[in-house]
Write a protein of this length. Structure first.
Length: 185
């Protein structure tokens, strides 16, 4: 039944549909204001991740990887005062620069003689994480996939990369065996 002149208590105009419209408009304004505030506070998706953030993420990944290796008993436990060989750090920096540049500069080959385990141990500082990273970086499939297209792939290069990969594989097996023997003693 329709009653003329019915006034809803708490409404200013007395027109029910007018009040509903005002509430709807007020909610729309609030939602629009909220969206604009959220968009202003959110970082732009087109902004590039800076080098520090990328380095932080890479360090975090390496730390987690090293932790996993230690849990599986693959990594050596290093003395507290152990410092990484500056030559490995220098090489690692050159390698990252080479990969990031995408240019056909000189390939930064590891400064170790294939087959010389003592030289390799000095180079990586007996750090299994560094050795494992060399093994990953110099796997032939991965190496040639990451190699800039402007660099010519030769048979000699394939042989050298394969030899390095096999050497790093053998070194990891030998270092693991030494690590197991040390833990058993």
């Amino acid at each position: 039944m329709y009653v003329l002149g019915f006034v809803d208590p708490g409404t200013s105009s007395g027109d029910f549909f007018d009040e509903i419209r005002k509430q709807y408009e007020r909610k729309c304004r609030e939602q629009t204001r909220r969206k604009l505030t959220e968009e202003a506070s959110r970082p732009s998706t087109s902004a590039r991740i800076n080098a520090d953030e990328a380095a932080r993420k890479a360090d975090e990944f390496r730390r987690k990887h090293a932790e996993g290796l230690r849990r599986r008993g693959i990594a050596f436990s290093l003395p507290i005062n152990h410092t990484t060989s500056p030559s490995y750090e220098h090489y690692s920096k050159q390698w990252r620069t080479f990969l990031q540049s995408g240019e056909s500069g000189a390939i930064p080959w590891p400064p170790v003689k294939v087959g010389d385990m003592d030289d390799l141990a000095r180079f990586v500082g007996k750090n299994m994480v560094h050795l494992r990273q060399l093994q990953v970086d110099w796997h032939p499939d991965r190496f040639f996939a990451r190699l800039p297209p402007s660099i010519q792939r030769t048979d000699a290069m394939r042989e050298q990369v394969t030899a390095l990969s096999q050497f790093f594989n053998a070194a990891i097996l030998e270092f693991r065996e030494k690590s197991r023997k040390t833990r058993l003693e």
